[in-house]
Every structure is written in C-alpha cells, then in structure tokens.
Design a protein around this ligand. Structure first.
Ligand code: NAD
Length: 289
C-alpha cells in the first residue's frame, strides 16, 4: 500500500470518527432557549412558539416588566423565566445564561432578536445615534453569540444560534443608515460564526423579516411615522400598504417570523447553516422597497 493511500485511509478514518462524535440537533421539545428582546413583538412571538413546541425559554429583555409579563403568559417557572438584561452589558448577558443554567440546566438555542431602530437620513444621523444602534445590534448580538458559544461548546451538545436580521441587511432601506449597517453586520456574523462553530455542531442562521408593522414596538416607536411620511400615507394604513407592495399581497406578522425560527430549529433543516431566510412575503425577491 502506497504512502499516499495510507494517509488517505487514516485521514478519512479520522474524519469519520470526528463526524460520529459531532452532536446531532436535539428535538425542539427538549431544547432550552434564550431569546433576547422577547418582551415584545417578534421576540415575544418566537418565545410563544418555542414554548408551544415544548421548549423552555429564558425571556431576556431590558424591559423588566415586559419580560415578566411574557414569562407569566408562557406558564411561569416550569417553562419560562424572565431575566432583565441589556445586551450592551457583558455581565448582564452572562447572568442571563447563568439563569438559564440554574432554571433549566443548559442552553442549546439562542435567538439574537433584541433591537431598536434609529431611522434617520444620513445628514441627520449623529455619531451618538450610530454608536447606540451599533452597541445594541452589532456589538450586543456579538456578545450574546460569544456567550452562547462558550456555554454550548462547554456542554458539548451542539446547538443553534438564530439572528433576527432584516431585509435591510442586504438591501438599502430608505433613510436608515445606522440601522441597516448593523443588520449587514449581523448578516456577516451569521456567516462567520457558522464557519467557526460548525465543528462543535453549532449551527448559525439568520432570518430577514420585513414590514412587520402590527405588534412591533420598533414601528410604534417612531419608525412607523417616519415610514408613513416617506411613503405619503397615514400611519394606521401602513400594515395594509406593506402587504400590498409584497409579491404575495400578505401582511407579515410576528408569528410568521416565529414560524421561520421553527423551520430552522424544529424541523428537518439539520444540514443548514450560514443561511438567511427572508420572511417578507417576497419583497426582497422582487427588489421592492
Ligand atoms: P420590538 O420593539 O417590538 O421588540 C424589540 C425588543 O427588544 C423590545 O422588547 C426591547 O425592550 C428589546 N430591547 C431593545 N434594546 C435592548 C437591549 N439593549 N437589551 C435587551 N433588550 C432590548 O421590535 P420588533 O419589531 O419585534 O423587533 C425585533 C427584531 O426584529 C429587531 O432586531 C428588529 O431589528 C428586527 N426586525 C424587525 C422588523 C419589523 O418589520 N418589525 C423587520 C426586520 C427586522
């Protein structure tokens, strides 16, 4: 047997042994999740869906009252605990993961969802606007993912990290340079971490929603008014307006984003990592703004 052939056999034996040891994705009903920004909107819908599928959830939000309310809706301590965490604060992030370990014994699913939107044209965007937006969504999701990876690698059981990014991570949204830039940052975090964490059985994927008007605090908090002014329509017509500009003529609601999280972590997409799924009723596909 030639040297090269011997090497080939040894190499593949090793690779196969490695693959056999690689943790397989766990069923959703046995999962323990940390969902950031789960006190409102999309994060709240994701927490509801995960608990409905049998998972346990840490409802992590900087708004303590909102987090408590969602945890109570989810059935309380057996299935959900509320943790007050600002994702800009490393110690609070560690405390949130400690709370998950204490309450449920581990963490194998993390959803990076917490966010704000500073939507201003370039000339009105201050350095402070840029810094706050990036501290929460670019730096904050990096810190949460780093803690998630530390815990998941330590457990040796694999896991999933899901980013709630945005259509704006790929396409230019009007008048929101700071917000869109952080979403592009998150999209690259997905690819970078998918590449780095795959060998531990940790998958990293993203979801790109668009136009989730009803139920979103981001829209209620000023973005809606800004968008309505941009498009020259009344704010209460925004949901309908967004639906009509989609390919499917359907309004996207928080539960549709939660469905995509389920598809990624609760279904058969076991060999998918580094992907972004659009949940926008077709807006990005047709390059509609
Ligand atoms: P939302 O305002 O209803 O929810 C955001 C939650 O994040 C709130 O509960 C808020 O308290 C929390 N939060 C904000 N800053 C935080 C911080 N520093 N630490 C911890 N928690 C913090 O808004 P939403 O529309 O549900 O947005 C959720 C995510 O979805 C965001 O990342 C947003 O960018 C993304 N997104 C939303 C849309 C949409 O159309 N609504 C579209 C694309 C992407």
């Amino acid at each position: 047997i030639e040297e090269s052939e011997k090497f080939r056999i040894e190499y593949w034996d090793l690779e196969e042994a490695k693959l056999a040891r690689m943790p397989k994705p766990k069923p959703l009903a046995t999962r323990i999740a940390v969902v950031t920004g789960a006190g409102s909107g999309i994060g709240k819908a994701i927490a509801h869906r995960l608990v409905a599928e049998g998972a346990c959830v840490v409802v992590a939000d900087r708004d303590a009252g909102a987090a408590e309310a969602v945890a109570a809706e989810l059935g309380g301590a057996d299935r959900a605990v509320a943790v007050t965490v600002d994702v800009t604060d490393e110690e609070q992030i560690t405390a949130a993961f400690d709370a998950a370990l204490l309450a449920f014994g581990g963490v194998d699913l993390v959803v990076n969802n917490a966010g704000i939107s500073i939507s201003k044209p370039l000339l009105e965007t201050s350095a402070a606007d840029w810094d706050v937006q990036h501290a929460i969504m670019a730096r904050g999701s990096f810190l949460v993912s780093r803690e998630a990876a530390r815990v998941m690698i330590g457990q040796g059981l694999g896991g999933d990290i899901v980013y709630i990014a945005s259509k704006n991570s790929v396409f230019a949204g009007p008048n929101n340079i700071a917000y869109s830039a952080t979403k592009a940052d998150q999209a690259h975090q997905v690819r970078l971490l998918a590449a780095e964490l795959g060998e531990h059985g940790i998958r990293v994927n993203g979801i790109n929603p668009d136009g989730v008007v009803r139920g979103s605090g981001i829209f209620a908090g000023g973005w809606g008014a800004q968008r309505a002014a941009t498009y020259g329509i009344e704010e209460e017509k925004l949901g309908e307006f967004y639906a009509q500009r989609t390919i499917l003529k359907r309004e996207v609601l928080p539960e549709h984003v939660a469905n995509a999280v389920f598809a990624l972590v609760g279904g058969d997409l076991t060999h998918t990592t580094g992907l972004h799924i659009p949940v926008d009723a077709g807006v990005a596909a047709a390059f509609l703004r």
